[in-house]
Design a protein around this ligand. Structure first.
Ligand code: MN
Length: 242
């Protein structure tokens, strides 16, 4: 069994979602062979030197314990935590995935992405994304003292709240069709938009499913479960005990 989650947006300001995730790692996730985290695990990440922050240390230790229990954990960057690096991955016992990532299983194939790269209608965001994903920008950023990076992260959050959008821009339809074509018409799983739904695309006469993961809230999360035959949505709530 394989689990997919995304958009937890964990931070000290979301104690409910944090507790849910720690509980999820300690029980539900351990029934899976693999766990895929498709971006925005954290609300913000200013560099791997922040692992020693007590809040982050708790998450790293919990991920590590689940990995050590035999669950293969894979993590993709989101638009909030794209500075997560190899030091974090090693400490948490997980592997970093490229975005997009082709997941080929014996029974079925998927393509995984955070989803923000296809939101082409938000041109301001795409310009920002292109800039901050270059090694030059990241090196310059990571060379700054932590307090400066915290201020920059706070500014980014403030700016994204001030773009007067109630929800994130959705995926651009024709870019999405091209993406599905390029990836061989396999089932597409992504997050980012916080608009959970299962979409049917017809590309070149072929039916392709696109599953959008829900973001996590203080009282409820969501996982997609692949049991070898089909995908199912599962609510992650406190009552959900094995
Ligand atoms: Mn996102």
């Amino acid at each position: 069994m394989i689990l997919f989650i995304s958009d937890l947006h964990l931070s000290p300001r979301s104690p409910g979602a944090t507790a849910l995730f720690l509980r999820f790692l300690a029980d539900r996730a351990r029934q899976a062979q693999a766990l895929y985290i498709l971006g925005d695990l954290f609300e913000a990440w200013i560099g791997d030197d922040d692992i020693d922050d007590p809040y982050h240390a708790r998450i790293v230790i919990a991920l590590r314990a689940t990995a050590d229990a035999g669950v293969q954990i894979s993590l993709m960057h989101g638009n909030r935590d794209f500075l997560l690096g190899q030091k974090f991955a090693d400490a948490a016992g997980l592997r970093l995935l490229a975005d997009p990532y082709d997941l080929t299983l014996p029974e079925w194939s998927f393509v995984l992405s955070h989803g923000d790269a296809l939101c082409l209608d938000d041109t301001a965001y795409q310009e920002f994304r292109t800039r901050v994903r270059t090694p030059e920008w990241q090196e310059k950023m990571l060379a700054r003292p932590r307090f400066v990076r915290r201020l920059v992260a706070r500014y980014f959050r403030w700016r994204s709240r001030n773009t007067a959008r109630a929800v994130y821009a959705d995926l651009n339809p024709s870019a999405t069709d091209d993406f599905l074509r390029d990836h061989g018409y396999v089932t597409f799983i992504h997050g980012h938009t916080h608009q959970p739904a299962t979409h049917d695309h017809i590309v070149d006469g072929i039916h392709v499913e696109r599953w959008v993961l829900a973001d996590w809230h203080e009282d409820c999360g969501e996982a997609l479960v692949w049991d070898g035959e089909m995908l199912k949505r599962e609510a992650i709530v406190f009552e959900n005990r094995p």
